[in-house]
Write a protein that binds this ligand. Structure first.
Ligand SMILES: Cc1ncc(COP(=O)(O)O)c(C=O)c1O
Length: 387
């Protein structure tokens, strides 16, 4: 099956009853426990809903199929997925190499819980240059953690090249694929070991569910992660599983439209005198445009840009918008806009933010699927209002 067909059918094949009828859409199985016929073995494979649930199971099957993975696991948030992955595969004294531009919540998790409490060492490097990854490898390096494009500066890293280095050194690799979704980028096909998603974003796509996922093909690692999904208990609820299953059905259509709108907005912004710089991998001006074309089949709906001026100008622009909601998060059908330094990335100290390029004039847009002229008109009236 091709991507669009899998996104609609995998995990939700109707099971016909004796009278020939059957649900086309999987029911939301709310039962917390499942009755069995015999003491020694659960009937039908389910015993307790934290351990396994039919609605979550359907989603996990679909998630795996989209990344062309052997296995999928669904969690209560993207950060819960990251927590289970790291606490399963790392132990005290291990070393992790991570991209220096990451979603700030991931950095907070690494720098507080895993670094301070569990004595895991993190080296943050500019992974745009694969040599920096190579240079940071130590004897105790166990994991390389990547995002591409990064949040919010849209930096890319070469997944195939990094996967090759990691294999040579017997180091595991994980990629947060939230920004691209499996529709535009499939890291496992490039040799990466594990993919992580915040399903809160494009996979669900409607800003009404918080969730996370891990997809992978190694059965030994899967068994360990599945064990800890149950042992830690940070599972996705049946209702949220249903929402994400429903959202995924339109993922391909949405991603195409997000990209079409984003390209027009990125070009519009580039032409504006009070825009200093636009960060979007679909623009020829992006320094890694060639890598973007090779590694991704589309450029997605996330754009960052720097407004001329600083905080005062950014604030005036953001508060002048009418259709774009000033809100954190991304990947929903509605256009959102935010100020990373004061909102999503405020937890990173100012000097560290500035070192990687998150200035007070930086603005991030999650381009929705509304009518493009309405979106450009709204940006235009707010930009004119700044001058
Ligand atoms: C790229 C990326 N990864 C992970 C997360 C964390 O996901 P969640 O908010 O579902 O825990 C986010 C949240 O914004 C994100 O943008």
């Amino acid at each position: 099956m091709k991507f669009e067909t899998k996104a609609i059918h995998v995990g939700e094949e109707p099971k016909l009853k004796e009278d020939g009828s059957g649900d086309v859409v999987i029911p939301i199985h709310l039962s917390s426990t499942f009755a069995r016929a015999k003491v020694d073995k659960p009937t039908g494979g389910y015993e307790y809903s934290r351990t396994g649930n039919p609605t979550r199971g359907a989603l996990e099957k679909r998630l795996a199929s989209l990344e062309n993975a052997g296995f999928g696991l669904a969690f209560s948030s993207g950060l819960a997925a990251e927590t289970v992955l790291c606490s399963t595969l790392l132990k005290s004294g291990d070393h992790v190499i991570a991209f220096d531009d990451l979603y700030s919540g991931t950095k907070r998790l690494f720098n507080t819980l895993f670094s301070r409490n569990f004595n895991i060492e993190f080296s943050y490097v500019d992974a745009r240059d694969t040599g920096n990854i190579k240079g940071a490898i130590k004897e105790n390096t166990r994991l390389i953690w990547l995002e591409t494009p990064t949040n919010p500066l849209m930096k890319l890293c070469d997944l195939k090249a990094i996967a090759e280095i990691a294999r040579e050194w017997n180091i595991l690799t994980a990629v947060d694929n939230t920004f691209m979704s499996p529709f535009f980028q499939r890291p496992l096909e490039l040799g990466i070991d594990m993919v992580v998603h915040s399903t809160t974003k494009y996979l669900n796509g409607h800003s009404d569910s918080v969730g996370g996922a891990i997809m992978l093909s190694d059965d030994e690692i899967y068994d360990k992660l599945k064990f800890n999904q149950n042992a830690i208990g940070a599972i996705l609820s049946p209702f949220d599983s249903f929402l994400v299953l429903r959202g995924i059905k339109t993922l391909a259509l949405r991603m195409e439209r997000h990209t079409k709108n984003a390209i027009e907005i990125a070009r519009y912004l580039e032409s504006q005198p009070n825009v200093k710089r636009v960060y979007y991998p679909g623009l020829e001006s992006h320094p890694q445009y060639e890598l973007a074309k090779r590694q991704m089949s589309g450029s997605g709906g996330m754009i960052s840009f720097e407004i001329v001026g600083g905080l005062k100008e950014a604030r005036r622009f953001l508060e002048g918008l009418k259709i774009f909601s000033l809100a954190e998060s991304l990947g929903g059908v509605e256009s959102l806009i935010e100020h990373p330094a004061m909102m999503t990335h405020a937890s990173i100290p100012k000097k560290d933010r500035e070192k990687i390029g998150i200035s007070d004039s930086l603005i991030r847009i999650s381009v929705g699927i509304e009518d493009i002229t309405d979106l450009v008109d709204d940006l235009d009236q707010a930009l004119q209002g700044v001058e």
